[in-house]
Design a protein around this ligand. Structure first.
Ligand SMILES: [Zn+2]
Length: 247
């Protein structure tokens, strides 16, 4: 994905070959779902112009979680007038980005990833695009599990912890689109494996908890799943969760 691609009515995908973020249009306003990598700010105005908008039209940036490949242009959009929203359990790591804990803590995670060429490609891409120096967001609004957010598209947030403590999926009911962040990916950043699956263990705070969170995803009704990494997946959340359990 590069420039904005219309994936469904009023739903646009943006980003790079390894990192996605999205815009949802409703009633002349926009909600950004995630915010990609910091370097994406360089094309932000042109990307918005391509769909007939300017940065000031983005009312809200709803973050699925606080990892630096999902927060890159949040501060730029906030400076243009958007609210930034995140689950309360990730508010602290958004204010103070740093190394992850648990399965993803560097001493545990690095030996499992360092021998994979794709890991270095992913990290090189992240570093070149500013992902190792994420801009802090100090003043985000927080939400809780089950909340319907008062932003364009009125998504419902469902808490699916595991990749991070505050990772949530966002259901935009009218678009029948479920934005899953990194609760699921459809292209494994370490192995390149395709199809709905959990993120690789060394990238999750708790992979066991991420697996348990599939139960919250499979209850939702949607026609397409839009992940942080990988292509859109057309099918039900229940079918995606079943694929992820067996992957
Ligand atoms: Zn990610």
């Amino acid at each position: 994905m590069n420039g904005p691609i219309e994936l469904a009515n009023g739903v646009y995908g943006l980003g790079s070959e390894v990192v996605n973020w999205y815009l949802v249009e409703e009633g002349g306003g926009l909600t950004a779902v995630d915010a990609g990598l910091p370097k994406f700010a360089e094309t932000l105005e042109a990307d918005l112009r391509a769909i007939g908008h300017s940065p000031g039209d983005v009312d809200a940036v709803v973050l699925t979680h606080s990892d630096s490949d999902h927060t890159g242009v949040a501060a730029a959009l906030r400076d243009a007038g958007a609210r930034v929203l995140i689950h309360s359990a990730d508010a602290e790591t958004l204010r103070h980005p740093g190394p992850k804990k648990g399965d993803a803590s560097p001493p545990r995670a690095l030996p499992q990833m360092a021998w994979r060429p794709r890991f270095w490609r992913f990290m090189g891409h992240m570093a070149r695009a500013g992902g190792t120096k994420p801009p802090k967001v100090e003043d985000a609004d927080t939400f809780e599990d089950g909340e319907e957010l008062d932003v364009p598209g009125r998504p419902r947030a469902v808490h699916t912890p595991g990749h991070t403590d505050g990772q949530c999926v966002l259901l935009f009911g009218a678009a029948r689109a479920l934005f899953v962040g990194d609760a699921l990916c459809t292209e494994n950043p370490l192995t390149g494996a395709l199809g709905p699956q959990l993120m690789p263990k060394p990238m999750n705070v708790s992979t066991a908890q991420a697996r348990e969170s599939l139960a919250a995803i499979e209850r939702l009704q949607a026609g397409v799943l839009l992940p942080g990494h990988g292509a859109p997946w057309h099918g039900s959340p229940a079918a995606a969760a079943a694929r992820a359990r067996n992957a």
